[in-house]
Every structure is written in structure tokens, then in C-alpha cells.
Design a protein around this ligand. Structure first.
Ligand code: IVH
Length: 670
């Protein structure tokens, strides 16, 4: 036998062994060999494949280690829409759901089988297996089209690269959740803190962020896990019940919830939901509720779906978790616009899966209304991805030593006067060159919805400004190699990534740059409106009050703010530097492209079936039209989805042309 043939056989043996031990360890949680022995097998395989590249196959366990970074994510159309779930926020809402099911099926509760599963709080994934091999993995996206994250999903050890079935179905699309354990979550955040990077707010964000990494090596290091709960599409297999689906998935090698249970009738379902509310803290991962599903697939089909979610399933959401803790201090933070915000520094408590050490008190009035004092015992609550908040102070626990906090009359960062104009809730620092404002301003410029400069977090921003490596946002585009080297927080790779992200940001549309400039009252939507009407920064800079307020949605406050921005000499200098750096600062008209909707104003209301409101808006804008948030005489079209709001009535009153989804899709060219 020649060397290659021998290697081929050895590789096969190794692969089978590795996948077997992988499954024992990551899916069954019952390993048969030590970690070191496992690593030895894997290394032998990797060496063999390096020596004989022809041996590498898509399902090789070596592929989990992490492939080369991608440029961007390709789009994947799901074979069937990935629906979401409607929520039940209380036991009453849950029993209303169960009653609707009973009515819809015309059955008594005791005649209906339900399956209850835990709702693991991660991010949804859809995996395609062709002939038993994992060929694609995608995020949910808008439900119809997701992003191709195959290389990243392959790094999840509990995901089978090949189905463990003798006769796998020719095509199978399975649905599940990628998530991060609480332990892993805490570890990642510790590392990020040490590296001066921004922290993930909760395990769900950490999972979603890790899955959407262009570099699979980063995903691999995050050690995601997975759990599967359904089939989106299958050829060659069929089922009668959801419980059967779960069993099939388990046999095929997927991790499914060990806590899934099948019950008859409402009472047991309610008891299951109630029970897990108490027990949730005992799990090593975060759950945010219980999913209740009708078991029979025939009955599911009879009940059907709305455009967004099935009528045969519901997510029972646990109520907001509350904890008691102490207010150690009250600090004041200074935001981008110079706003002074009181923040309660808390004795850290773990609530709903994340450690809470601070809670905003919003402003002076809010702090007084809740009567929060330094030294108080307070009730803190957090629900899902909501920012933690102080519900109330516990007055009965006061000893008398508590102190009322007075907002400072000077900015805590630069010492300038901080004034609160009459009629406003917010006190502001009056110094526009205040360092705190500059950091926040820089972070805003780099944020996702502005210039999307990944890697420019608080620590880096602070260092760039403190060491005077940059003075303003435009200087980012003139950083030298030596400048990057000076950033202490950075290893070489991080510096390279930041440099690339800055370079990429030059391609961001004008409206995102305008938003990034941080002009007061010019938020994301107003930036769109302004750039639709003033196609370049020069047009905008020279527009007077009348020209600005002539635009729908632009009121006097925005107009004044825009004008005052462009009269500030410092701002003009920054803009000139941005131009010199090669940023275009105007709307790029796509050459030769037809703009059939030019000058037409659209308003959207209700849920669309085939596309999200954001996508619909993007399409309209791409064709030259504009999107407004309210119906008026100037509205040309109202696009109406299901369950439209009051805009529908208003449009009828004003005689605005109304389009249903089908008509709209036709108009925008399908
Ligand atoms: S069923 C058609 N079951 O919850 C039914 N979803 O809004 C669609 N999730 O992000 C979902 N655990 O990934 C279902 N046992 C479970 C689930 C579950 C978590 C997630 C799902 C999606 C969200 C649904």
C-alpha cells in the first residue's frame, strides 16, 4: 500500500474517532477519553491533512478549528420562513393562548398534547444538510434571508458536521439556537474588560456577536454551544408530531433540550412554566422563558401561522427579575452632547444572567421622583435585554445615614459651568471642548449606525484623545503606523483591524457620516431626511432656516441646530479635513440608475409579510423615493401591512393612495 493510501485510511479512522469522542463530550456530556488524548487525535489528523491536502474534506473535524477570515457574509434564503414566537407575559396571557388553541381545534384541553421546552436565550440558526453533510448554516436575518455563517457554525463542537444516521435524508434544514454558557459569558467579558473593549450586555448579544464574526478563529475561541428544536424543511423524512421531530434530531446527533416534556392539557403546561420560573437560576445558561407548542403537526397545520409567528406556539416570558442591593454612590457621567446624567453605583448583583453594577437615574427630576439616596437599599430590575433600572428605594430600610445627592453645578470632567435651562430636564456642560464630550463624540462617530468603525471602543477612544494622537474625528483618517503602535491597548492584529475598519468607513453613505457628526437633534432618521433633500454637505451648510424648515419633518429646533453647527469654525475645519481624507460627503448618485420613485413620499404602516419595514424603506430610498413617519397632504403613498395603525384612517381621510403589500412589491419591481 502506498503512503497516500495509508494516510487516507488513517485519516478516516481518526475522523471517526474524533467525531465519536466529540459527540460523547459535547452532545452527551459523557466523555470516554481525556482532553489530552482527544487533542492528540486531532493534531495527528491536522498534520496528516497538512501533509496530504487532498485528504481534506468538508466534514473533517479539523475544519472546526477555524478557516480563513471572510470579507463579508453572503446571503442565504431560507427554504421556509424562520418565524418568531408571539409572547405571553403572564400566566393569564398563557391561558388565553391555550384557550385559543382549544377553540381553534374545537377540542377540550385534556384532548390536546403540548410540548414544553426551555427558551434558551441565544441567537437563531438554520442548518442545511445535504446527503447527511452540513453544507450551510445561516442566521435568521429578517426571517426570509439570513447571513451565511457556515464557517463559524462549524466551530461549534456540538453541531454535527455529518448526521449520525445510516440513511440520512437527501435534504434537511434544521432550526435551533446558538448560545453561550453563563461561565463562558463571564470569562469573555473579563477578557474584554482587561483589553479595554466594550462589554457584552448579556449572553444573547455575546452569542450573536460571536456568530457574526468575519474571522472564524474568533468564533472558535468563544466556545459557542447549540441546541436544536425544529425542522424547517425536509425531503425523504416525515413526522406526525413535534415530539417525534425532537427524537429524530437527537438520533441524528443534535443536542436537544433534556428538559422538553409532553403534556396533555393546560394545567400541566402552566405548572411547567411556573416551575421553571423558580428553577431557571440553576441552569448553566440563560433562559428567558418556556416555549409551548402544540404537539400534533396536523393540528399545527390547522391552526396555521400569522405573517410573523405560528398560532400553535407561544413563548411564555418570565417576568422581570428583581433583586435588592445597595446604592454605594451616585456619580455623574457626561455624554456627547454634554448632558450630565446621574448614575447609581450599585453593589454588584447578578440579575437575569448579567452582573449589574450601575443603573442610570436618567436625570435630576427622575432621581428625585424615585427619591434614590446614597446608602439606600433599592430594588433593581432587569427584563430580557432591557437596561437595568432602579424600581424604588426601600424606605423602611433607611437608617437616617443616607445622603441626598445634589447635581453638581460644574462639569465633573472639565470643571466648566453646567447649566440647566428652565423648562429642560437636563443639565449640560457648557464647554464644547470638554474631554468627556470629545470621547463620547468619537464613540458616536465610530458607532454601528454611524461610521461603523469596529474596534474603536471606550478605552481606545480615551487613549487616542488623552495622548493627543488625534484631536478630532477627522484625524482618524490620517493616523500613521507609528500612531497605531502608540496605542497601548493594541496588539498588532487589533491595530491592523482598526486601520482596515477606518479605511472601510470611507465608503459609508453620506447620511451615516452626517449622523456621525453628532449635530444636536440630528438623529439617524433626520440624517436620512436631510441628505435626501440636501445632497451634499455644502448644500446643507449653505441652507438657511427657510430652506431647512421647508422640508417635511424638519422643524425649527433641527434647523437652528444645523445652522449653528455650520457657523462654528471648528466644525468647518473638521469637515475640510474629512474631505481632504477622501470622504465624499455627498450622496453618491449611482450612474445611469433609474430613479422611478424620485420625489415620491411613502409612509409605511402595519407588518409586511415578505420584507421588514427597514428593508422596504431601503428599497424605496434606493429607487429615489423618501420615507416619512407620518401621513400628511404631502404623502404620495401609504403602504399597508397587517394590523395597520391610525395612519390608515388618516390616509383614507386625506385621500392618499393606499397600496397593499402585493401592489407595493410590484411598484418597486418585485
Ligand atoms: S420555536 C416557529 N423553540 O426563540 C417556531 N424557538 O422567537 C419558531 N428559541 O430566536 C421558534 N428556544 O431561536 C423555538 N425551543 C425553542 C426555542 C426557540 C429558543 C428562539 C428562537 C428564536 C426565538 C423565537
Amino acid at each position: 500500500m502506498d503512503g497516500f493510501q495509508e494516510a487516507k485510511e488513517r485519516a478516516k479512522t481518526l475522523r471517526e474517532a474524533i467525531e465519536h469522542h466529540n459527540y460523547r463530550y459535547y452532545v452527551l456530556d459523557a466523555p470516554e477519553i481525556s482532553d489530552a488524548e482527544y487533542d492528540e487525535l486531532l493534531h495527528e489528523l491536522i498534520e496528516l491533512e497538512e501533509r496530504y491536502p487532498a485528504l481534506v474534506s468538508a466534514d473533517s473535524p479539523s475544519m472546526r478549528v477555524g478557516a480563513a477570515p471572510a470579507e463579508s457574509f453572503a446571503q442565504v434564503t431560507h427554504r421556509t420562513k424562520m418565524l418568531s414566537l408571539s409572547d405571553a407575559f403572564s400566566l393569564q396571557e398563557l391561558s388565553a393562548f391555550l384557550a385559543r388553541v382549544g377553540k381553534g381545534l374545537d377540542l377540550n384541553q385534556e384532548e390536546i398534547d403540548y410540548v414544553c421546552e426551555l427558551k434558551v436565550d441565544g441567537t437563531a440558526i438554520s442548518l442545511t444538510y445535504e446527503g447527511g453533510l452540513l453544507t450551510n448554516a445561516a442566521t435568521r436575518g429578517d426571517g426570509q434571508v439570513g447571513e451565511d455563517v457556515t464557517l463559524n457554525v462549524k466551530t461549534i463542537r456540538s453541531v454535527p458536521l455529518r448526521l449520525r444516521l445510516d440513511e440520512p435524508p437527501p435534504l434537511l434544514e434544521v432550526r435551533g439556537e446558538a448560545y453561550i454558557s453563563l461561565e463562558q459569558f463571564t470569562g469573555i467579558n473579563k477578557e474584554r474588560e482587561a483589553a479595554g473593549e466594550s462589554l457584552f450586555a448579556n449572553p444573547r448579544n455575546a452569542a450573536a456577536g460571536s456568530l457574526r464574526q468575519l474571522d472564524p478563529v474568533v468564533t472558535a475561541a468563544r466556545e459557542l454551544d447549540s441546541i436544536f428544536y425544529g425542522i424547517g424543511y425536509a425531503e425523504g423524512v416525515s413526522f406526525e408530531s413535534h415530539f417525534q421531530v425532537l427524537n429524530f434530531l437527537r438520533q441524528a446527533g443534535f443536542k436537544t433540550s433534556p428538559f422538553a416534556k409532553r403534556f396533555k392539557g393546560a394545567a400541566k403546561v402552566e405548572a411547567f412554566c411556573n416551575g421553571w420560573q423558580e428553577k431557571r437560576a440553576s441552569l448553566p445558561y440563560e433562559i428567558d422563558g418556556v416555549v409551548v407548542k402544540v404537539d400534533s403537526l396536523k393540528q399545527q397545520a390547522r391552526l396555521g401561522n400569522t405573517s410573523r409567528s405560528p398560532r400553535w406556539a407561544v413563548a411564555f416570558k418570565f417576568p422581570a427579575e428583581q433583586r435588592t442591593t445597595n446604592v454605594l454612590d451616585i456619580e455623574v457621567s457626561v455624554g456627547r452632547t454634554g448632558a450630565l446624567t446621574p448614575v447609581a453605583i450599585l453593589e454588584p448583583v447578578l440579575i437575569a444572567g448579567s452582573t449589574v453594577g450601575r443603573a442610570t437615574l436618567h436625570n435630576e427630576d427622575e432621581m428625585r421622583r424615585k427619591d434614590v439616596r446614597i446608602g439606600d437599599s433599592v430594588i433593581v430590575q432587569k427584563a430580557g435585554d432591557v437596561i437595568p433600572e432602579i424600581v424604588a428605594s426601600i424606605i423602611s430600610k433607611r437608617s437616617g445615614a443616607e445622603r441626598i445627592f445634589e447635581m453638581p453645578k460644574e462639569c465633573p470632567v472639565c470643571g466648566s459651568r453646567a447649566i440647566r435651562p428652565s423648562g429642560e430636564a437636563v443639565r449640560r456642560c457648557t464647554n464644547i471642548t470638554c474631554p468627556a464630550q470629545r470621547i463620547e463624540h468619537l464613540l458616536h462617530f465610530a458607532s454601528r449606525s454611524a461610521m461603523d468603525i469596529d474596534g474603536l471602543g471606550p478605552a481606545v477612544a480615551e487613549e487616542l484623545l488623552a495622548k493627543e494622537i488625534i484631536e478630532d474625528i477627522a484625524d482618524l483618517y490620517f493616523l500613521s503606523k507609528a500612531d497605531f503602535e502608540e496605542i497601548e491597548h493594541f496588539k498588532e492584529k487589533a491595530a491592523r483591524n482598526l486601520k482596515a475598519a477606518i479605511e472601510r468607513s470611507k465608503e459609508r453613505p453620506f447620511s451615516r457620516l452626517l449622523y456621525g457628526l453628532g449635530i444636536r437633534h440630528v438623529g439617524s432618521h433626520i440624517s436620512d431626511v436631510l441628505t435626501e433633500n440636501f445632497r451634499s454637505i455644502d448644500d446643507l451648510a449653505t441652507a438657511d432656516f427657510e430652506a431647512l424648515t421647508a422640508v417635511e419633518e424638519i422643524g425649527p429646533a433641527v434647523a437652528e441646530s444645523v445652522i449653528s453647527f455650520f457657523t462654528e469654525e471648528h466644525n468647518i475645519k473638521v469637515i475640510e479635513k474629512l474631505k481632504a481624507a477622501g470622504l465624499s460627503l455627498k450622496v453618491e448618485e449611482k450612474g445611469g440608475q433609474v430613479m422611478p420613485l424620485k420625489g415620491q413620499t411613502f409612509v409605511l404602516t402595519g407588518a409586511l409579510d415578505g420584507l421588514t419595514r427597514e428593508d422596504a424603506g431601503e428599497r424605496i430610498k434606493a429607487l429615489g423615493g423618501r420615507v416619512s413617519s407620518s401621513v400628511s397632504e404631502k404623502t404620495d403613498y401609504l403602504v399597508v401591512g397587517s394590523e395597520p395603525g391610525s395612519k390608515f384612517e388618516k390616509a383614507k381621510e386625506l385621500g392618499v393612495k393606499i397600496l397593499n403589500e402585493g401592489e407595493f412589491v410590484k411598484l418597486i419591481g418585485g
